[in-house]
Design a protein around this ligand. Structure first.
Ligand code: GRF
Length: 207
């Protein structure tokens, strides 16, 4: 197969972000090193024009798109359609997508959560709150989970998980950083490749 045909078979991916975008950076690095090879990061989308993640996208030569907060999902659906996106990755995306939206993308939306689901997950568990809750409960092991997104917050089928040790004296910030370094930044590119490969194979069958 020629390089050209090979490229055409890659699953086009949109990444939705709200903040700093270190998980997006892990995806960009994976694409550049070739570990993410069955998918291609085509667009990075945010409702927050100040999200540093957008800067990371531009720097990597990936389109960075800001959509209005009001009417976000409608604008999102149109943007995805126009770019022929087949897969969505939520990488630190702070909004909850409606059941109407997620039902149109079954097993095509991935999210990364900074705990071992079903612990410390669901409505209200985001950002540092997750790690505060883990420390308050006194767990000795936490971690990260990549899962499919459905209508239940953090409730979709689990794709990959990775445990991380909680150490004496941990603060929420220290624990958050360890979970990112030892789990999130490794797990998200792995899961992205897994799902992109599956979708690329599916696309091939339908051709
Ligand atoms: C990560 O901890 C992720 O698990 C959670 O939000 C945080 C985003 O961080 N969903 P970043 O924007 O990728 O740096």
């Amino acid at each position: 197969m020629s390089e050209m045909e090979n490229r055409m078979d890659r699953t086009p991916i949109a990444v939705l972000v709200s903040g700093g975008g270190t998980n997006l950076q892990a995806l960009i690095d994976a694409q550049e090193s070739g570990t993410l090879k069955s998918g291609v990061l085509r667009v990075v989308i945010s409702a927050n024009p100040r999200a540093f993640a957008l800067e990371r996208a531009r720097k990597a030569g990936i389109e960075a798109l800001v959509l209005p907060s009001a009417g976000f999902e409608q604008a999102l659906a149109e943007a995805l359609e126009a770019r022929e996106i087949d897969m969505i990755i939520l990488a630190g995306f702070m909004r909850i997508l409606s059941a109407e939206f997620t039902s149109r993308w079954p097993r095509r939306i991935l999210n990364i959560h900074p705990a071992l689901i079903p612990s410390f997950c669901g409505q209200g568990y985001y950002g540092l709150k997750v790690h505060e809750a883990a420390l308050a409960r006194g767990v000795k092991v936490t971690g990260a989970t990549v899962h499919y997104v459905n209508e239940i917050p953090d409730g979709g089928e689990i794709i990959l998980q990775k445990p991380v040790e909680v150490l004496p004296g941990d603060t929420p910030e220290v624990l958050q950083r360890r979970v990112m370094e030892q789990a999130e930044w490794i797990l998200l590119p792995q899961a992205a490749e897994l799902v992109a490969a599956e979708l690329a194979a599916k696309g091939e069958q339908n051709r």
